[in-house]
Design a protein around this ligand. Structure first.
Ligand SMILES: NC(=O)c1ccc[n+]([C@@H]2O[C@H](COP(=O)([O-])OP(=O)(O)OC[C@H]3O[C@@H](n4cnc5c(N)ncnc54)[C@H](O)[C@@H]3O)[C@@H](O)[C@H]2O)c1
Length: 321
């Protein structure tokens, strides 16, 4: 069975490619390398440099493909509010082109990388799949728009799709098979790791006066290997055609100070930080219910304890010290 992984040279995509290859799938990676690294793509997979915006490449690849895992997109919430047109083009137009070519070649199976950002500010916790979708940044809107489009294609063209709504992806392959650092990291853990490795001098904490035990925000971190395994389960179930939107999180949280303390313990490095104002749109607490993922995918996170996330990440970042 041949799986096309768009964005497969990126951080999460390269881990999914590893898992697919380990499970014996034939894997084709399409990535324009705008943020990814070709050297992150496992040698068992075939790599094509190209964009989802390039209809000719999509038409060339599509006939041989049995299923698609679609990660290719930009993911910076902040940048999407400043340059929405870049996100319109890459995330929306790129995906519409992919869907269109899929449809014209009668290919129907797609797993879509969605995000907790489709929910916006949590109205209750843990956030489950019935929570209203009301993104508060343009990035989240682009993902919601694609989810809605896929819903229409399910009804109109018989698409089978599963939108996996990731919470905070973190960690690295425990066998150190992915060696590239995240490009332009926006998330807490790679930023702290860059401090530990001396790549950046210090970091900012956006507010420590939230209504949480230590005043900093609480988030749900999911190990990238757990994410990758969920995609395999989703591929196996995609033809059931009854599960559509699934959260991928652990249901547990860690504060910013928890993460800094754990990094300091594991790396024996002091992290320099300053506390600044809160950022707009950052809820105090955000975590997922994992019960639907368990029920629908038979999936539970087994690698996502914070120490394991930090240890596997440090084993890559420490090579840059
Ligand atoms: N990292 C997270 O915590 C997180 C959380 C929720 C959702 N997601 C989603 O997961 C997916 C992967 O995220 P990531 O953290 O691995 O990001 P990443 O930037 O490391 O990977 C994205 C990859 O897609 C490629 N790409 C971008 N636009 C492309 C295009 N038009 N055509 C071909 N390739 C293109 C980039 O070169 C990169 O290799 C994204 O869709 C992101 O929105 C990530």
């Amino acid at each position: 069975m041949k799986i096309l992984v768009t964005g497969g040279a990126g951080y999460i995509g390269s881990h999914i490619v590893l898992e697919l290859c380990d499970e014996g799938y034939d894997v084709l990676v399409l990535d324009d390398l705008s943020l990814g690294n070709e050297s992150s793509v496992d040698k068992r997979a075939e790599f094509i440099k190209g964009s989802t915006l390039d209809e000719q490449i999509l038409k060339k690849l599509m006939p041989e493909v049995d299923g698609i895992i679609h990660l290719a997109s930009f993911k910076s919430a902040g940048e999407s509010m400043i340059n929405p047109s870049v996100y319109t083009q890459n995330n929306i137009e790129g995906t519409l082109r992919l869907i269109d070519v899929m449809s014209s070649y009668n290919k129907k199976n797609i797993i879509f990388s969605s995000t907790a950002a489709v929910y916006g500010n949590p109205q209750y916790l843990p956030v489950d799949e019935n929570h209203q979708t009301n993104p508060i940044n343009y990035y989240g809107f682009t993902k919601l728009m694609i989810e809605n489009t896929l819903g229409w294609y399910k009804d109109l063209k018989g698409f089978n799709f599963i939108a996996l709504r990731y919470f905070n992806a973190a960690g690295y392959d425990k066998e150190n098979r992915i060696l590239n650092l995240e490009n332009k990291p926006q998330n807490l853990i790679p930023i702290i790791m860059e401090c530990a490795a001396g790549i950046r001098r210090s970091m900012q904490i956006f507010g420590d006066d939230y209504n949480t035990p230590d005043g900093t925000c609480l988030r749900d971190y999911i190990h990238v290997t757990d994410l990758a395994k969920a995609h395999i389960n989703a591929l196996r179930r995609i033809n059931d055609n009854n599960t559509i939107f699934i959260n991928l999180g652990t249901g547990f949280t860690h504060s910013v100070y928890d993460v800094i303390r754990t990094v300091e313990k594991i790396t024996s490095k002091k992290i320099n930080y300053s506390v600044t104002n809160r950022r707009e749109g950052d809820p105090a607490k955000l975590y997922s219910s994992s019960s639907f993922a368990k029920k629908s995918l038979g999936w539970v996170a087994k690698n996502s304890d914070l120490e394991n996330i930090i240890k596997t990440t440090w084993s890559i970042y420490k090579t840059r010290v």
